[in-house]
Design a protein around this ligand. Structure first.
Ligand SMILES: [Zn+2]
Length: 353
């Protein structure tokens, strides 16, 4: 990335001025004391204390100029038989963490986020997978009251709503209950999220939803063939319905990497992971712009703390200004950059929540 001194200070000022919104991180799961989901060598840390471990905590988000963070709340698969119970435990953890710090507050709508501008981090609740609904819409009402504003319909597995992306054998999309969940999200003001769903599930959701649909943390399949990514037709369809795509910083969703070989210690694959940088993230944004024709439906969905490895230059949440520098270097206008950093997602939060 080549930037003049002037461009660099312009980028930093622009980053500071912008309302930065990240639509997906796993910081709750990564810091939950009894989490069944262990990534890397994560030592014990909390959400409200600064750590050099993992990617996200409240101090590092504020350091990185993030204004609003959607934190995923996830039921680890071993807890699926008691999913609502487990989700209440995870939510209880988050609400306690929020209470411990005056640098963060729970937000439920656009005005809450704007009121926090420059004062504290806006904590928005997202669910990654609808397992905690079991098959009862009344639970969705309860979760909405607690603060749920983004529902990722599935994680990788099948649930009562739809099939997840690793559940390919059944070739399934949205269930009848799933269509009801989408409609109830529309009614309550919860953003419907298709990251992690099967291809058929994505098309079914676009059909069932009366409101725009988002893919909170997915990239372009044209550049990286992982099934978690979106085809050009999907990108176009999400944008045409007024929805959003959050660009993801995880190497596996940015470049084609052979997992089996990587796990076996293959040096070539390790080098590929190492070669993924903030520039690769912007390559995916460039492609989305090419497909959509403008930047209005693109935002951020870091996936911080979801996977141990992350694009170089975005090593943790405090490094977020590097992304703005990369956008400036790539020639995006101030207006476009502010939109991608958060303005575009805020427009949708204002409309839906
Ligand atoms: Zn995810």
């Amino acid at each position: 990335m080549k930037l003049t001194k002037d461009q660099e200070s312009h980028a930093l000022a622009l980053h500071k001025e912008a309302l930065v919104v990240d639509f997906h991180c796993d910081g709750v799961l990564a810091t939950l004391p009894d989490s069944a989901y262990i990534i890397g060598d994560a030592k014990k840390r909390t959400l409200h204390e600064r750590s050099d471990n993992g990617h996200v905590d409240i101090p590092r988000l504020l350091e990185g100029g993030v204004d609003c963070q959607v934190f995923s709340h996830f039921v680890e698969p071993i807890y699926n038989p008691i999913a609502p119970h487990r989700m209440l435990q995870v939510l209880g953890y988050s609400l306690n963490e929020i209470e411990k710090s005056d640098k963060v507050s729970l937000v439920k709508n656009y005005d809450d986020i704007v009121a926090n501008d420059g004062k504290r981090l806006s904590f928005m609740i997202g669910f990654e997978g609808g397992e905690a609904l079991v098959n009862d819409l009344r639970l969705l009402k309860v979760y909405h009251t607690v603060g749920l504003r983004r529902l990722t319909l599935t994680w990788n597995n099948r649930n009562m709503i739809a099939d997840g992306v690793t559940w390919q054998r059944s070739k399934g999309g949205l269930t009848e209950f799933g269509a009801d969940v989408v409609k109830e999200c529309n009614r309550l003001g919860i953003l419907v999220d298709v990251s992690h769903i099967t291809d058929q599930g994505l098309w079914d959701t676009l059909e069932a939803s009366e409101e725009p649909v988002i893919a909170s943390h997915s990239n372009c399949r044209a550049l990286c063939s992982h099934k978690r990514n979106l085809t050009d037709d999907m990108i176009k369809a999400l944008a045409e319905k007024g929805g959003m795509i959050g660009v993801n910083y995880v190497p596996f969703f940015l470049k084609d990497i052979d997992f089996a070989k990587l796990r076996g210690g293959d040096e070539e694959e390790k080098r590929k992971v190492e070669s993924v940088t903030v520039e690769t993230v912007v390559d995916h944004v460039d492609h989305m712009v090419e497909v959509i024709g403008n930047t209005d439906h693109i935002g951020l969905g870091s996936d911080f703390d979801g996977v141990p490895s992350i694009a170089k230059g975005l090593d943790d949440a405090s490094k977020m200004p590097n992304l703005t520098k990369a956008f400036v270097a790539r020639g995006y206008s101030d207006q476009e950059i502010k939109g991608i950093l958060g303005g575009n997602f805020l427009r949708l939060i204002k409309k839906i929540c």
